[in-house]
Ligand binder design. Structure first.
Ligand code: NI
Ligand code: MN
Length: 227
């Protein structure tokens, strides 16, 4: 599988022959000014929740990718299907097969509302399982023991995308514990550095994971890496 980082919590995951875009927030990110949102092509858009730093470029992406299916929790599906978007609803605990592989929606400990304050259901994470491997995208979340259930209920994880910026989500120390709960060695960090509240020391973060024999990968924005 190939992963391209577009900054903050936005990733393109190429797996199972399809392009899955998570949490499109790019043009509002001062660190992602070199990313051309209009050039992004995807088959699926997955939303972990509806905060503005996760959906900022959603409407642009949908306009440019009219065949793409938006996957979100029921309330996010209801909101966007009413606007005429192509959507697929899920909720926590369920698996669903798609043409790239399987998705499971899992718990996240955070909040969720649309930018106007209206209810957007609950925040979620996703497990993506394809013939290329299995990846967990946590979304915005605190550390939770629910993460221990993932290795019990899902194929072994090859990779986990975890928030590490603190203030709004886990910090690096809780994310190290999460990676132990998840039994996952390779972690991609997200939700750090974008705003002043979530600036982190990269070397300290990488070392904290290394002490538990985990590898923290901090992708430069715009970079694609194969796993
Ligand atoms: Ni959030
Ligand atoms: Mn966020």
């Amino acid at each position: 599988m190939k992963i391209t980082y577009y900054g903050h919590s936005c990733f393109l995951v190429e797996t199972g022959g399809k392009r899955l875009l998570f949490d499109p927030f790019i043009s509002g990110n001062p660190l992602a000014g070199h990313i051309h949102v209009n050039n992004i092509r995807c088959d699926y858009i997955l939303l972990t929740h509806a905060h503005s730093d996760h959906i900022g470029d959603l409407e642009t992406i949908v306009r440019n990718n009219p065949e793409a299916t938006l996957v979100g929790i029921w309330e996010i599906h209801a909101h966007y299907s009413a606007k005429g978007f192509r959507t697929h609803p899920m909720n926590k605990g369920g698996w669903r097969s798609f043409d790239f592989g399987r998705l499971k929606m899992v718990n996240a400990v955070h909040s969720s509302s649309f930018p106007d304050g209206s209810y957007a259901g609950e925040p979620v994470g996703f497990i993506v399982h394809t013939t290329d491997g299995t990846i967990y995208v946590a979304g915005d979340t605190a550390l939770t023991r629910d993460m221990e259930l993932i290795p019990q209920t899902c194929p072994p994880l090859d990779l986990a995308v975890l928030p590490i910026g603190s203030n709004f989500t886990m910090d690096i120390h809780d994310a190290v514990i999460a990676s132990v709960f998840l039994q996952c060695r390779q972690i991609i960090g997200c939700h750090y550095d974008t705003f002043g509240f979530i600036k982190i020391n990269h070397e300290e973060a990488i070392n904290a994971f290394a002490e538990q024999s985990k590898e923290l990968i901090l992708l430069p924005i715009g970079e694609t890496k194969a796993f």
